[in-house]
Design a protein around this ligand. Structure first.
Ligand SMILES: C[S@@+](CC[C@H](N)C(=O)[O-])C[C@H]1O[C@@H](n2cnc3c(N)ncnc32)[C@H](O)[C@@H]1O
Length: 758
């Protein structure tokens, strides 16, 4: 996926507007031409001649809207069923004589959780059923249950095949649509793990500091104790240390480098596969974009190869059509590391239309002083065409391999005309399982004679190089938590000043210099705050309280408590969070709630409830029904006395503080709840508050009662009525009114989320 222009993603389209996107209003269809683009890709023969017109034609048509039902499996399935059974049957194929394409499931996406539709603004505005569906999408997007994402962008995480126990690295992760998919996969129920706290981890990284904040915001919607977010250059991503027990060793036997089971390299690219969405690319596309990115892309992939476990898998992807950014990178990376092989992709996701990777291509450049694109069949041809004083700007790795050791047709290319999507490229690389070398054979091996970059690295050499990197990042400045178990503290004798090899230490120090995040301090299980949370929130003894931490500058009383799993805890304990630029870890579970009477208690955050719920003593969970839910939604602080029996007596008898309510599936004239639901409430002396945010309340109300019964929703509806009356004077005003219907549901703070679809 291409990195979006700063202004573009930062300002972001208003969320509901983005659901109506029609990017052809930015440039006219006549401007959707680029002579060099056509010349370049025709020369590369990326599609057969007879498909060229269909390919180019489709690039000029706006992309249909695609979205994914996001979230952990159970919730996603419930919401998906709601779309299928409640909304789709009401949507017609024809509106005012215009043929429309109601949403259809993408046939290749597992469990039918991804959808595509192509409906004009007019239909969304005029047709009440489409309008209702549109409102539903807007609300659910705002609270993170639906992610608007380009269809092709959903592919890489599927091909990575993440399991709950996997250690996963997402090297270029912001704004985080694929990280969300990786987390969902990690939290998929399995026979060996609970969905709430999987044993593996997802480390999401991006070198752009601002974009890591988007990533954090996006992934906060999938509360996961297994998440880490770092802000590092992926091409020099450091070795991460963990306690030996996390990687198969025994506890107390020191630390080891963490190698990854799965790595996603969704690298920065020229992004010309997104032309249908980012139409500005028509005006500025140049061959230099891809040529200029090749070397960074290769360095990122090569670094990923060094961080992968034997038998592990890397997915390399771009939303570029350019072989220099795709097959050339993959071929060069494979050539530099014979421990890797390409996995065939042609049998995965059988209903996906795809084309094989290219085996040959011809790099092209503008040579100095010329406005003509020049193609060079071989590297030697390019070098001999250089003027006397001209520098060699390009590397041999951009040319196709002379004799192909690896079959590049195993890569996957997606073109817009195949199934009405964007363009995309994917390669799946596997590291061969580790076979211990025969020491006798090793002695007999001749000394390697190839240049360093091409030299196949031995397992042992890799350890050595990683040790250099790892020294640079680990141990010496671990946040010194007051209550860390002694045996988990880094060893006193670890060398705080390793030799400054290859300038890597310097680079890390440079990047670490501006890093200003609060430390991560684990609390002892007998810490008074931890004990109070466990007692007051009725958590059973299996709750992993040793993994609770706070992020206050030392000495301040804790306001929020976060939870990790064991492996994330180990990463935090054995690496300097400043050096690995650790932006966030785990998930926030408990926050302090002031009661007004000087007493301070902690409450469970609604986002954290799915993680905590399995540990809440069942007898302390209160049963409630749709009437109670409606009461909690309609008023901000309903009186306990206002609720129907038997809930009224039950809640009156409870002490003030945080309580968890469980709503069973129920259907009556007022509404329908198709699945069990648990929600946190806060009881003050005489009233209750439902502890979920305003937008989540509205979305829940729409889902259960078919209308927004919340105070905010009623106010918005009455404001709308006033606007409608005052605007009803003329035709022009009516058009404005139609816009208002859409805009009234927006929250500018949330607008950027979920909108980067690639
Ligand atoms: C294609 S986008 C990633 C999209 C993301 N995977 C998603 O699905 O939302 C590429 C990302 O790479 C980041 N990036 C660029 N150079 C990088 C580097 N050297 N190391 C790490 N990230 C880098 C950019 O900031 C950008 O967010």
């Amino acid at each position: 996926m291409a990195r979006r222009k700063k202004a573009d993603w930062k300002k972001g389209p208003k969320s509901s507007k983005a659901w109506n996107d029609n990017r052809t209003d930015i440039i006219s269809p006549e401007q959707m031409r680029n002579v060099n683009f056509e010349k370049y890709y025709k020369a590369q023969q990326i599609v057969p001649d007879e498909e060229w017109d269909a390919f180019m034609g489709r690039l000029r048509v706006p992309l249909p809207t695609t979205f994914r039902v996001a979230g952990f499996r159970e919730t996603a399935t419930v919401l998906n069923d709601l779309i299928k059974t409640t909304y789709i049957p009401t949507l017609s194929n024809e509106v005012d004589g215009e043929e429309v394409q109601p949403p259809a499931q993408l046939p290749w996406y597992p469990d039918g959780l991804a959808w595509q539709f192509n409906v004009s603004k007019q239909v969304l505005r005029k047709n009440p059923d489409f309008k209702r569906f549109h409102s539903f999408l807007v609300f659910e997007t705002e609270i993170g249950n639906i992610s608007r994402q380009e269809a092709v962008s959903m592919l890489p995480p599927l091909l990575l095949d993440v399991q709950p126990h996997h250690v996963v690295l997402d090297m270029c992760a912001a704004p985080g649509s694929k990280t969300a998919q990786l987390l969902e996969a990690l939290h998929t129920p399995s026979p060996t793990s609970t969905t709430a706290i999987p044993p593996g981890l997802v480390l999401a990284n991006d070198s752009d500091h601002k974009r890591t904040h988007l990533l954090i915001h996006q992934s906060a919607r999938l509360p996961s104790p297994s998440l880490l977010v770092t802000n590092l250059d992926a091409s020099i991503f450091p070795a991460i240390r963990v306690g030996a027990e996390c990687v198969g060793g025994s506890k107390g036997t020191g630390t080891k480098q963490l190698l990854f089971d799965r790595i996603l390299c969704d690298v920065p690219c020229s992004g010309d596969g997104t032309l249908r969405k980012n139409v500005g690319i028509w005006l500025k596309w140049g061959v230099g974009d891809g040529n200029g990115l090749h070397s960074l892309q290769l360095r990122i992939l090569q670094r990923a190869m060094r961080l992968l476990k034997p038998g592990g898998r890397i997915v390399y992807s771009t939303c570029s059509l350019n072989p220099i950014e795709n097959e050339a990178v993959v071929a060069a990376a494979l050539r530099s590391n014979p421990n890797f092989t390409l996995l065939p992709t042609s049998t995965s996701l059988p209903s996906l239309q795809r084309r094989p990777g290219l085996t040959t291509w011809t790099p092209a450049f503008f040579s100095s002083g010329s406005r003509e694109l020049q193609f060079f069949k071989t590297y030697e041809e390019y070098v001999s065409a250089l003027g006397e004083k001209e520098e060699k700007k390009y590397t041999e790795s951009m040319w196709p391999p002379k004799e192909s050791e690896e079959d590049l047709t195993k890569c996957m290319r997606i073109y817009p005309h195949l199934q009405d999507t964007g363009g995309f490229f994917i390669a799946v690389l596997e590291r061969k399982p580790h076979v211990p070398r025969d020491p006798k054979k090793r002695e007999a091996d001749p000394a390697p004679s190839e240049p360093a970059t091409k030299k196949p690295k031995l397992e042992e050499e890799e350890e050595e190089e990683d040790a250099i990197l790892e020294d640079a990042v680990c141990a010496e400045a671990v946040s010194t938590p007051s209550a860390v178990n002694q045996d988990e503290k880094p060893k006193e004798d670890s060398n705080p000043h390793p030799p400054d090899k290859k300038g890597k230490r310097k680079q890390l120090e440079e990047t670490g210099g501006t890093f200003k995040e609060n430390p991560y301090t684990f609390l002892a299980p007998d810490d008074p705050i931890v004990k109070a949370c466990i007692e007051k929130l009725h958590l059973n003894p299996s709750f992993p309280s040793h993994n609770l931490f706070v992020r206050n500058p030392s000495g301040e009383p804790a306001r929020s408590l976060y939870l990790t799993n064991d492996i994330v805890r180990s990463v935090i304990l054995h690496n300097d969070y400043n050096k690995i630029r650790l932006m966030t870890a785990g998930t926030k579970l408990f926050v302090k709630q002031s009661t007004g009477d000087g007493d301070e208690k902690f409450r469970i955050l609604s986002e954290g409830l799915p993680v905590v719920f399995p540990f809440v003593e069942p007898e302390t969970v209160m049963d409630a029904d749709l009437a109670v839910l409606r009461g909690l939604l309609e008023v901000y602080h309903p009186l306990c006395e206002s609720f129907p029996q038997p809930f009224r007596d039950a809640i009156v008898a409870r002490p003030s503080g945080c309580h968890v309510l469980k709503f069973g599936a129920e259907k009556n004239d007022a509404g329908s709840l198709t699945h069990e639901l648990v929600l946190p409430i806060w009881k003050s002396s005489v009233s209750l508050s439902l502890m979920i945010d305003k937008k989540a309340k509205s979305a829940l109300s729409l889902r259960v009662f078919g209308q927004d019964v919340t105070t905010a929703g009623r106010e918005a509806a009455s404001n709308q009525k006033v606007k409608t009356i005052s605007n009803s004077a003329g035709a022009e005003a009516k058009e404005a009114e139609a816009d208002e219907v859409v805009i009234v549901q927006e929250d500018p703070d949330q607008a950027v989320d979920n909108m980067d679809g690639t």
